[in-house]
Design a protein around this ligand. Structure first.
Ligand code: FAD
Length: 354
């Protein structure tokens, strides 16, 4: 059987499922750690840099250009050379932020380089099963086997699903042109949340869209990231960049006339939501699930990324938990954070096979 699998080129040391930024980082680090690229399979339906490259292009980044550049240069296998690269991001000041599409451009190029090294399979993993100390990965038209699997499958925006209001999906709301096309001047729009995404959406609604009113339902005071020489307070939950600049002036400063802010208590929602025509939920993300035989949920260790022997999680679906020096627990999401996390979990993963 093993011989047959090898002949069909369907048996591997490692499988990485998902080709967003986390999957890209995982492939780069595996090769850097000496895993033969021919022994790695990489599975994704599109290979277009995941949600980062397809859904959030028009979003203004919360990290600085310099950190994106650091990510591109972090692995030799990426073949990214700043001296010869002519991507637009290379011309920007490292301390500035940028549109995520500007950061996605080099990632698309890196993806092509990595696809040429490993065994790339276009498709969707439908189920995982451990047998004979190998993971069976079921795709629509074939089964692939791997001793170790990294799930980098991303996450979907959460929805509060209030039935009385029409939902504008987060991906639509984070694209200014699409959001403008989804609203009319008689609309009262509810925006839930007070994150980076929520602030960018409020700004677009108030400055670019014709709407009657915007009601922002929130749970807690705004939180801002604060930069120190060697660390950032509220690095993962604080507002940064353009969202922080706008919020300081318009939320903590003077509320725009069309904006009302209401604490999202049950009673407030019951009384105020019926006044709204449409709702946008910027309230976090939930991991995409792949059924794994014998497991009823995909619980993971949020310090080591271990899900099961030979099965590991990375990226926005399985973020690292980290306590900062003032005791605040934050879940670390962002390109450079995925890379830093891999630096200390990869040695464990290389030894924790099935
Ligand atoms: C509004 C917003 C702003 C952000 N700003 C920044 C920023 O400034 N800087 C920063 O570093 N990060 C930022 N992020 C975070 C970053 O974009 C996300 O964390 C990143 O997209 C997550 O990468 P990922 O690889 O975990 O998931 P994704 O990008 O979602 O990729 C997952 C991939 O897995 C594939 N997949 C899913 N299921 C399967 C399956 N069963 N089989 C095969 N493939 C599968 C998907 O098709 C997709 O291609 C931002 C995020 C948002 C939402």
């Amino acid at each position: 059987m093993d011989v047959e699998r090898k002949m069909n080129n369907s048996s591997f040391e490692w499988a990485v499922i998902g080709a967003g930024p986390a999957g890209i980082a995982a492939i780069g680090k595996l090769i850097e750690k000496g895993v033969n690229a021919e022994n790695i399979t990489w599975i994704d339906p599109e290979f277009k840099v995941g949600d980062f490259g397809t859904r959030w292009q028009k979003v203004s980044s919360n990290t600085r250009v310099g950190l994106f550049l650091k990510f591109f240069e972090a692995c030799e296998a990426f073949q990214y050379d700043p001296a010869t690269s002519d991507f637009a991001i290379q011309q920007l000041a490292p301390e500035k932020t940028c549109l995520l599409d500007v950061a996605a451009e080099p990632l698309r190029w890196i993806t092509e380089n990595l696809k040429n090294k490993v065994h790339a399979i276009r498709g969707k993993a439908q189920q995982l099963k451990l047998s004979n100390r190998q993971w069976e990965i079921l795709l629509a038209n074939k089964t692939v086997y791997a001793k170790n699997v990294i799930l980098a499958t991303g996450a979907e925006p959460k929805s509060l699903l209030f039935p009385s209001v029409e939902e504008i999906h987060l991906a639509t709301a984070l694209d200014p042109d699409k959001l403008a096309a989804s609203c009319s001047e008689t609309d009262v729009i509810a925006v839930f949340g007070s994150s980076h995404s929520a602030m960018l959406i409020l700004r677009t609604l108030l400055e670019k869209c014709q709407v009657k009113k915007v009601i922002n339902f929130y749970l807690s005071p705004l939180r801002y990231a604060v930069y120190f020489d060697d660390w950032i307070l509220f690095d993962d939950t604080g507002l940064k960049g353009m969202a922080a600049d706008w919020a300081r002036i318009n939320i903590n400063g003077k509320l725009p006339t069309k904006l009302e802010r209401i604490i999202a208590h049950e009673e407030n929602i019951r009384l105020t939501l019926p006044l709204c025509d449409k709702a946008i939920y910027a309230v976090g993300f939930q991991k995409r699930l792949i059924p794994v035989e014998g497991m009823h949920s995909l619980e993971y260790n949020d310090r080591s990324g271990i899900i099961a022997p030979g099965l590991f999680g990375l990226g926005i679906a399985f973020p690292e938990a980290k306590i900062d020096r003032y005791g605040t627990l934050e879940y670390r999401v962002g390109l450079w954070k995925f890379m830093e996390y891999l630096n200390h979990v990869m040695p464990i993963w290389l030894k924790y096979g099935a």
